[in-house]
Design a protein around this ligand. Structure first.
Ligand SMILES: NC(=O)c1ccc[n+]([C@@H]2O[C@H](COP(=O)([O-])OP(=O)(O)OC[C@H]3O[C@@H](n4cnc5c(N)ncnc54)[C@H](O)[C@@H]3O)[C@@H](O)[C@H]2O)c1
Length: 467
């Protein structure tokens, strides 16, 4: 790791000197010291991707000085799991942490609806912040973040890891060099299966107040990809959405899989006690905050949509049709771009087109795996130019760490912030906002039955070409 440290320190000093400062990069200005990190929210994502993976891969250039979580059991578990130094402080609140520590970077991986609180507090404390997606869950909190960043000298980065996968990047490259001319319309469908899809309804994600519905929590990834691929801002949104499959059984209030009397008959029965990591993180710590990780999928508290259809008109006049389903027999996605010179079709994990033989349960686990995952194979993108034969472009693909995107994101942020960002992978508050605002507009449209203008939600106004 000596070389990586040298290059990191070099890049940091270049940033500090004000040269080559890419948009949305951090200007840590560390000299030869290690980067001091604080993680807020030590759940599954925080403790693995923004915790253990950083200690395992970059501990010669960074160190954790603080972990914050309001669940003391999960906080202690995460400290051991991540492998933080004994000097790292463990805190229940941001306020306790900031009295004792002055981190160079705060990473926010709490429940979605609380991100804004920690982003704003970090900026007010004069500290750069990196937040997990979604940046936040409603338009008022979004405006608060935009205002706080404007007042501050410090930066917010949004960790849009899906952008970084080589497969998504290849699509970006093909579209931006005009392989099929100007894009006029897009058809994008994302299928969540009865394992991963259902898991959202077991967790806090099933409550709109916490995750903003899947139109924000999940679709922020997808809307960000479309915004980034098209290089334009969304202008107007119309949507339908409903809850038909999950939720809706009042007698299931307060019932979780462990105590349920339908264990033998329910297709969704899940024994958390057989899953060591989830059991240690959540079941063993539920006495502290009452959070039940194996909640019933049919409990009446669920108030999000389980089928969603969104139409988006972009500022450059591209029309997008987007669909998300949450109880599909298989999990995967397909996108098609219609252009003035042809059509591009891309798809991942469609089982009848797939040579791999992963079970639907194993798919998500493999995707979240941060150990390199399965071996690299190739995935096709079909390019069909008008009046010409179709061509298949094969892209190297590794499912682990979100299609290889997770590791590339870390490398750019922590190792090579000076590296030229050719495809504009790094995302700041404007990108974070534009992706959630589609989901927020979609929610408003479902409720009102009317189209919603993105420009009516915050001070941000859509641009035909993003800057
Ligand atoms: N980019 C990705 O692919 C990806 C994948 C998974 C999760 N995520 C995001 O990561 C974040 C965390 O998700 P998760 O699955 O780890 O959830 P989680 O429930 O496992 O973890 C959230 C943690 O935050 C803590 N917390 C919540 N509110 C708090 C507060 N006010 N003060 C202190 N601690 C608080 C909880 O106790 C919990 O430990 C979410 O925003 C989610 O959208 C992103």
């Amino acid at each position: 790791m000596k070389d990586s440290r040298r290059s990191f320190l070099k890049s940091v000093s270049m940033l500090a000197a004000g040269s080559l400062l890419p948009l949305n990069s951090f200007a840590f200005g560390l000299g030869d010291k290690k980067l001091k990190l604080c993680l807020i929210g030590t759940g599954v994502r925080g403790s693995s991707f923004w915790g253990k993976r950083l200690v395992d891969n970059y501990s010669d250039i960074l160190e954790f000085v603080g972990l914050v979580d309001h669940n003391p059991g999960r906080l202690k578990y995460a400290a051991d799991y991540i492998g933080v130094d004994k000097n790292c402080g463990l805190y229940a609140t941001f306020e306790e942490m900031i009295q004792e520590q002055k981190p160079d970077l705060i990473m926010v991986t709490t429940t979605d609806s609380t991100h804004h609180e920690f982003i704003v507090k970090s900026l007010n404390a004069g500290i750069d912040v990196l937040t997990e997606k979604p940046m936040t869950t409603d338009e008022d909190k979004c405006q608060e973040i935009l205002d706080a960043e404007q007042r501050s000298k410090h930066k917010v980065t949004v960790g849009f890891n899906y952008r970084w996968s080589p497969y998504s990047t290849k699509i970006k490259q093909m579209l931006s060099r005009g392989d099929i001319g100007d894009i006029v319309s897009v058809d994008f469908s994302w299928m969540l299966n009865t394992s991963h899809g259902a898991s959202y309804f077991r967790r806090w994600h099933g409550e709109r107040e916490k995750g903003g519905t899947l139109l924000v929590h999940k679709s922020t990834h997808h809307f960000d990809l479309i915004n980034w691929w098209l290089d334009s801002d969304p202008e107007e949104v119309f949507a339908y959405g409903d809850l038909e499959y999950y939720g809706g059984r009042p007698e299931k209030k307060g019932v979780n899989c462990r105590t349920c009397d339908e264990k033998d008959t329910c297709k969704f029965y899940w024994d958390i006690t057989k899953d060591k990591r989830n059991n240690d993180l959540y079941a063993k710590n539920e006495q502290h905050d009452g959070y039940i990780r194996d909640n019933c999928l049919f409990r009446p508290e669920i108030n999000i949509y389980d089928k969603m259809n969104v139409n988006i008109k972009y500022a450059n006049n591209v029309y997008v049709n987007y669909m998300l389903t949450t109880y599909s027999p298989w999990e995967g996605w397909r996108v098609a771009f219609n252009g003035t010179k042809g059509r591009i079709e891309a798809f991942l994990d469609i089982p009848y087109l797939n040579s791999e033989n992963l079970s639907q349960e194993a798919l998500h686990e493999a995707e979240m795996n941060q150990d390199g995952g399965e071996s690299i194979n190739s995935k096709p993108i079909i390019v069909h130019k008008l009046w010409d034969k179709q061509e298949t472009v094969n892209v190297e693909y590794n499912r682990g760490g979100h299609g290889g995107g997770d590791a590339k994101l870390h490398d750019q942020v922590f190792m090579h912030p000076e590296k030229e960002d050719t495809y504009k992978h790094m995302a700041g508050t404007r990108d974070g906002a534009m992706s959630i605002l589609i989901g927020i507009a979609a929610r408003n449209s479902i409720e009102s039955g009317e189209p919603v203008k993105i420009g009516s939600l915050t001070h941000l106004q859509p641009r035909a070409k993003r800057v």
